[in-house]
Design a protein around this ligand. Structure first.
Ligand SMILES: *[C@@H]1O[C@H](CO)[C@@H](O)[C@H](O)[C@H]1NC(C)=O
Ligand SMILES: *[C@@H]1O[C@H](CO)[C@@H](O)[C@H](O)[C@H]1NC(C)=O
Ligand SMILES: *[C@@H]1O[C@H](CO)[C@@H](O)[C@H](O)[C@H]1NC(C)=O
Length: 455
């Protein structure tokens, strides 16, 4: 009897959390609808200028311009030479790559539009330098690596100055990889992918493209968060690919995820995929964040993001400079598919680093479950970082409560791990944006990459 009451209460609690989430989502949609309709008649900027809110007529400062700059403009404005390339995946996505070809060229920012060519005249080519590829995390773009206020805090620029040929990748569906040979983003088919496709197609395509273009046999790879998940999965299965990566540096490594500290999102993550697809559709996840980024005053947007990450993940973002947040958060989000969100939810639910489960969710048991496992005659194939084929180095945060780093470390083979570094006070995002990340992490990464070249 007592057990029944406990179960009923637990179910009620979960449902009330789900209803609350639903309510918030619906309210957001109504407010957004109202705002777009109302302001649709008058362009925002015009409207605000009329109200005198945005200092019309004044010159925009470099800081203001930085908030709107794209990856190419960010690189150029910081005085570095840049090239843009496009790699096509076997399933038709056209992925944008950004290449910083050398160290800082000039000091004063050139006038925008950028002076460097967007399309390399002679098709890029070999630089004779060691090549490194840097990959962003979930729902991000290459901008996430480039948007530090001071370029000396930014890993790609540090590497370019240190003599590397630096490439930045972009996964399908984000702002720079928003094209497909056959489909448009308006079609459901365009968004029909999860982490599996990033592993199977995007990562190998990008690596192939770079090794061919740069004329090298192997490159070093630096991944952040989901970028490391792509690494663990691809480099433990594909021997051809693994031969092309001479060192894998994993920043804030992720394979399995602990879940969310917020009960609302946690119950969402543990609900059935049909429900998520019903809530968000089958295309792009939360395109509204872009709307809010453009609509809200920047200070308010920073507040919104701070509150959201605190609620969702319990992050305090103490190690990210308050002054820099306006800039960083302006470049934080891009599109991803709802399916890829569902995939991560499945990984949370089962506590297993596994492929997308097409049929039904919730029947692959949690790995630590005490109940007997009921596989219903099928097993979803898993990814196995334990079988990693390349050398790897891990930098993880002692205060990062998102990934299950301990489980990952326990599984990795000793002979492949060349370095493990714990940064005790670091949370997840600090490995890109920490105010002292240069000193605490990036300098060690550069040293490691250099010593890797010598043996
Ligand atoms: C999505 O892709 C899967 C294969 O990964 C395919 O079986 C399915 O039909 C596709 N669905 C749509 C709507 O394109
Ligand atoms: C393995 O990676 C190579 C790139 O080095 C790629 O061409 C190939 O398609 C990949 N194979 C599989 C099965 O993903
Ligand atoms: C980084 O964050 C931790 C915990 O939030 C805090 O104790 C530490 O002082 C922060 N470091 C800096 C340099 O602000």
């Amino acid at each position: 009897m007592g057990l029944i009451i406990v179960n009923v209460l637990r179910a009620t609690w979960r449902w009330s959390q789900l209803y609350l989430t639903l309510l918030i989502l619906i309210t957001e949609r109504i407010v957004r609808f109202f705002l777009t309709t109302f302001f649709g008649f008058i362009p925002f900027t015009y409207y605000f200028e009329q109200l005198g809110l945005t200092g019309s007529g004044e010159e925009f400062s470099e800081v203001d311009k930085d908030l709107e700059r794209d990856a190419i403009e960010l690189i150029t404005s910081r005085g570095y030479p840049v090239e843009e390339h496009f790699a096509t995946t076997p399933d038709g996505f056209i992925l944008g790559l950004h290449r910083i070809t050398g160290p800082k060229l000039f000091d004063t920012p050139p006038e925008s539009p950028p002076t460097s060519p967007r399309h390399p005249k002679n098709g890029g080519g070999s630089s004779g330098k060691p090549v490194v590829l840097i990959m962003h995390g979930f729902m991000q773009t290459s901008e996430a690596w480039l948007c530090r206020s001071n370029p000396q805090d930014s890993l790609p620029f540090i590497l370019a100055d240190a003599g590397f040929d630096v490439w930045l990748g972009n996964n399908r569906g984000n702002k720079y990889s928003f094209k497909h040979t056959q489909y448009t983003p308006k079609q459901e088919e365009f968004w029909n992918w999860s982490l599996d496709e990033l592993v199977r197609y995007d990562f190998p395509s990008i690596v192939n493209f770079i090794t061919e273009r740069a004329g090298v046999e192997s490159i070093s790879y630096i991944g952040f968060s989901q970028g490391t998940a792509q690494g663990w999965a691809s480099l433990s299965t594909n021997t051809t690919l693994a031969k092309k990566i001479n060192l894998f540096v994993a920043l804030a490594p992720v394979s399995t995820v602990k879940g969310f500290s917020n009960p609302m999102i946690d119950s969402l993550a543990k609900s059935r995929p049909d429900f998520i697809f019903l809530l968000f559709g089958k295309k792009s996840m939360l395109p509204s964040t872009i709307f809010w980024r453009n609509f809200l005053p920047k200070e308010l947007f920073v507040r919104l993001i701070d509150t959201s990450v605190s609620l969702l993940f319990g992050w305090h973002t103490n190690n990210i400079s308050q002054e820099e947040k306006k800039m960083l958060y302006s470049h934080i989000f891009s599109y991803t598919s709802v399916k890829s969100v569902v995939h991560w939810f499945q990984i949370i639910q089962t506590n297993r680093f596994q492929m997308f489960d097409d049929i039904l969710l919730g029947i692959t048991p949690h790995e630590n479950s005490k109940k007997p496992h009921r596989y219903h005659g099928r097993v979803i194939p898993g990814y196995h970082p334990a079988q990693i084929l390349t050398k790897c180095a891990l930098f993880y945060g002692g205060s990062d409560n998102l990934p299950n780093t301990k489980a990952l470390l326990d599984h990795l083979p000793r002979d492949k791990v060349v370095m493990v570094h714990e940064e005790e006070s670091y949370e997840h995002l600090d490995f890109m944006w920490g105010k002292d990340a240069n000193k605490k992490v990036f300098s060690k990464v550069v040293k490691l990459l250099k010593s890797n070249l010598n043996n």
